[in-house]
Ligand binder design. Structure first.
Ligand code: ZN
Length: 427
């Protein structure tokens, strides 16, 4: 045995004081007492599974003035995320086998935490889905156009699903219907205009379409960043293979809040009304929503400080997603059971990785949390290259220690890990 971690650990849905034995990066034993040469005792601090963020944009290659795999995965590590799944709208886009291999190679040199790569499906590469499946962890489809995305016509959804259903890999979808977005397109000056140009109706049409096509297949279909009551209502009777995610920014902000500057909060789908926000939060608490995902989409402050209409959509969030909700779990706004299901167990299951649970045989990915150590989020304490956060001033609890495959990456909030430790999880 290489290491034993002792503490108040979250095992099978509740906390118990126990020892976790680690061998070759995996959990090999969980018992009341395990004797070993190397024993780390965290006393009454919480030992939780590390988070899995199924939705990040690390901008690498091609847009590395915003972020790259080293800064993005460093931010993830500090926030208690041991595995991230990168989206394909980089330059070049991750739409060919070669581009997927290149991204895996560059990320393998730079990453602090483990990572997966999703293949982008556009109108032009549907025929190559089988080939892309050799390397990618999952597929991403953008039904509506968003910043630097891949053009996909909703009329092609059935055709793409007919191929994907033969492969045991998930498909993740940005659910805003393109024709609907085109119909409502307008010049935007603020967040309310942005809602009007991206009305809930467009999400509703897309979700209906996805549900219909997903009904008779076994493929795991994940609808990303659900944003509206209309979308949520469609969820009440959905096939078992379909899951839904929400982001912290859709859960914590509404267009009625006095958000300044407005352009910093421009995202797709948009931050909507307070009623939408409350409905999403209820769905989070009562189990209707399956996953939390950051949709970490960094842009520089220079880019986000442009006129609203010229500002790119997206906000950073991989480092703050777990800390924000750990604080809410401490305050009993959300249970630890729900939080761990949303950010650890479900994303790991969806993306087919052996993480997200403290269980024999899984990767030894943990965070150690001292609930007494809360703080206010400050941009200067974060690690994304973009240098700002929409969550400035919010209360959070950052993990004190982070372990990935049994290696201590973060010790007392300081990075011990090295670039290149992070591994591709798809092979
Ligand atoms: Zn995204």
């Amino acid at each position: 045995m290489d290491l034993v971690i002792e503490g108040k650990a979250y095992i099978k849905g509740s906390f118990e004081n126990c020892c976790i034995g680690i061998s070759d990066g995996k959990i090999c034993e969980i018992k009341k007492i395990i004797k070993a040469d190397k024993n780390l005792n965290f006393g009454n601090k919480l030992v939780l599974p590390a988070g899995v963020d199924l939705h990040v944009h690390f901008r690498d290659p091609g847009l590395t003035h915003k972020e790259d795999f080293s800064t993005g995965t460093m931010a993830a590590a500090y926030g208690g995320i041991s595995c991230v799944f990168d989206m394909p709208n980089t330059i070049p886009q991750t739409t060919t086998l070669q581009n997927i291999s290149d991204k895996i190679a560059l990320a393998s040199k730079k990453s602090y935490v483990d990572f997966g790569v999703n293949a982008g499906i556009s109108d032009n590469n549907i025929k190559n889905i089988e080939e892309l499946a050799k390397k990618c962890c999952g597929f991403k489809i953008y039904l509506g156009d968003t910043t630097n995305s891949l053009r996909f016509s909703s009329s092609n959804l059935k055709k793409a699903f007919d191929k994907i259903k033969l492969i045991n890999k998930p498909v993740l979808i940005h659910a805003e219907e393109d024709n609907c977005l085109i119909k409502h397109n307008l010049k935007e000056n603020n967040l309310v205009d942005h809602i009007n140009s991206h009305p809930a109706e467009c999400e509703e049409i897309a979700v209906k379409n996805i549900l219909k096509i997903s009904r008779d297949i076994n493929t795991k279909v994940h609808i990303c960043h659900l944003s509206s009551i209309e979308g949520l209502d469609l969820l009440r009777n959905h096939p078992r293979n379909v899951s839904f995610g929400v982001t912290p920014h859709h859960l914590l902000f509404s267009a009625q809040d006095n958000l300044k500057p407005q352009s910093h909060y421009k995202v797709n789908p948009p931050i909507r009304s307070n009623l939408d926000r409350e409905a999403l939060f209820d769905g989070l608490k009562n189990g209707l929503i399956d996953a939390l995902e950051s949709d970490h989409a960094p842009h520089t402050l220079r880019e986000k400080d442009k006129e609203f209409d010229d500002t790119p959509s997206g906000v950073p969030g991989v480092e703050t997603i777990f800390p924000l909700f750990l604080y809410m779990a401490k305050k009993k706004i959300l249970s630890f059971q729900r939080l761990i299901s949303l950010l650890c167990e479900k994303p790991a299951d969806l993306m087919n990785v052996s993480k997200g649970k403290i269980e024999v045989g899984r990767d030894a990915d943990f965070i150690v949390v001292d609930l007494k150590r809360g703080c206010k989020i400050k941009p200067e304490n974060l690690h994304s290259k973009c240098g700002w956060t929409p969550f400035e001033g919010k209360s959070a609890i950052f993990p004190e220690y982070v372990f990935v495959r049994g290696e201590k990456l973060i010790e007392e909030h300081e990075m011990l890990g090295i670039k290149g430790f992070g591994k591709f999880v798809g092979e």
